[in-house]
Design a protein around this ligand. Structure first.
Ligand code: GLA
Length: 383
């Protein structure tokens, strides 16, 4: 990818570019907990975005998306928002850096990526983090890494229409090879957890359904609104509840009569999920991978039945995994398509991969893709 991007840059803009990269992420457990002030447990992967960038001394950005073969040019004022979706991420990052005092000028850039799109591995966060990290260095903005993650998140909020939490951008910026990160999304305190399932006889793999159900009325933002309504209802009795993270099931039962059945179920999932992250971290410290796997299935069915962000294809994948004796399997990321993440005993790996491919293809007409997880470093400059 490095060579491809450099070559294209030279072709379009000449010599002297610098290369930067940021990864996509997996999440072992802790889904839809980030915007509820809870815990997540992600790690960066060996798939990401690579960008070549050179300042051009003007007030315009010229950008080329190598994988799409599309080029665009835009200014750096609010009214200059480009029409291409992909360019809005770069534009958004520039604007958010400016809002934080960064003196961002024009630059030329080419980028490419190998994070599968729509797979729930945060290709968009990889793109945002790449530019946030690079522009911070190239324009000497002195913005710290936490704020760089927030630049990406605000880009989603203000320029891409997704009211996401902080997990993806954090994981992309702070990733560390061989480590998962347990992040408290309220305080942003985090701990690196060395994670080496192979040493204990397990492998972690993603099964990508290659389906993406684009739902028109932004179901992600709606989930978030449900959670906020439940918090507002609880606050009447429990003023200290700022996020669902602060609530327990007793409090939920108390306010249940005032909630819609739907909001009730959403909150029930989140309250359980925040707990599950901590349980999984404890289990990992004991090398108790069976408990980790059990919790992963709980998350899957909670996301499916209570949070309702699954789809038939993902439920099918989790069921096939269970039938194959896979230790843990669940939807990863926002939902509505994409991957399951699977914890499988080494001796079952080949069998599971063959079975899930053939069963899925028989049911849905195409094979899922399989990715082995390699936990890798976060945002950085490339030599
Ligand atoms: C998407 C969002 C994240 C997080 C996950 C669900 O990836 O970008 O902030 O909410 O969904 O855990």
């Amino acid at each position: 990818m490095k060579q491809k991007v450099s070559k294209k840059f030279e072709e379009l803009y000449g010599e002297g570019a610098q290369l930067f990269t940021s990864p996509g992420r997996i999440n072992l457990i802790g889904e839809h907990t980030d915007y509820n002030g809870g815990f997540v447990f992600p790690g960066a992967v060996d798939k990401g975005i690579v960008a070549a960038i050179r300042l051009n001394g003007t007030d315009r950005v010229n950008a080329y998306a190598l994988d799409l073969g599309e080029q665009t040019s835009f200014g750096l004022n609010e009214e200059d928002k480009p029409s291409e979706g992909w360019a809005c991420y770069i534009f958004g990052v520039c604007r958010e850096m400016q809002k934080r005092g960064g003196k961002i000028g024009g630059f030329d850039t080419v980028f490419s990526g190998d994070v599968p799109l729509g797979a729930g591995m945060s290709s968009s966060a990889a793109l945002e983090s790449t530019y946030a990290y690079a522009l911070n260095e190239l324009f000497h903005c002195n913005i710290d890494k936490f704020e760089l993650a927030k630049v990406g998140q605000s880009t989603e909020h203000n320029y891409c229409g997704v009211n996401c939490g902080i997990m993806d951008q954090f994981a992309s910026v702070f990733g560390k090879a061989g480590c998962l990160m347990r992040l408290d999304c309220r305080s942003l305190e985090y701990v690196y957890f060395p994670f080496d399932p192979e040493a204990h006889g397990y492998k972690l793999l993603l099964v990508d359904s290659r389906v993406k159900h684009e739902l028109v009325d932004s179901p992600y933002n709606k989930r978030r609104q449900s959670c906020e309504r439940v918090v507002a209802t609880m606050q009447k009795k429990h003023p200290h509840v700022q996020f669902l993270r602060d609530a327990d099931l007793t409090m939920l039962e108390e306010v249940a009569p005032e909630l819609s059945q739907e909001d009730y179920k959403r909150a029930r999932f989140v309250i359980g999920e925040v707990r599950r992250v901590l349980d999984v971290c404890d289990a990992l410290e004991r090398n108790d991978y069976e408990t980790v796997g059990k919790k992963m299935y709980e998350t899957h069915w909670g996301l499916s039945k209570d949070y309702e962000v699954s789809c038939v294809e993902l439920d099918f994948l989790a069921e096939v995994a269970k039938a194959c004796g896979v230790t843990g399997s669940r939807i990863m990321g926002g939902g509505f398509g994409g991957c399951t993440i699977n914890l499988v005993k080494k001796e079952l790996y080949d069998d599971f991969v063959a079975t899930v491919k053939s069963k899925f293809a028989a049911e849905y007409g195409h094979e899922p893709k399989i990715y082995d997880v390699v936990i890798s470093d976060g945002s950085r400059r490339l030599e």
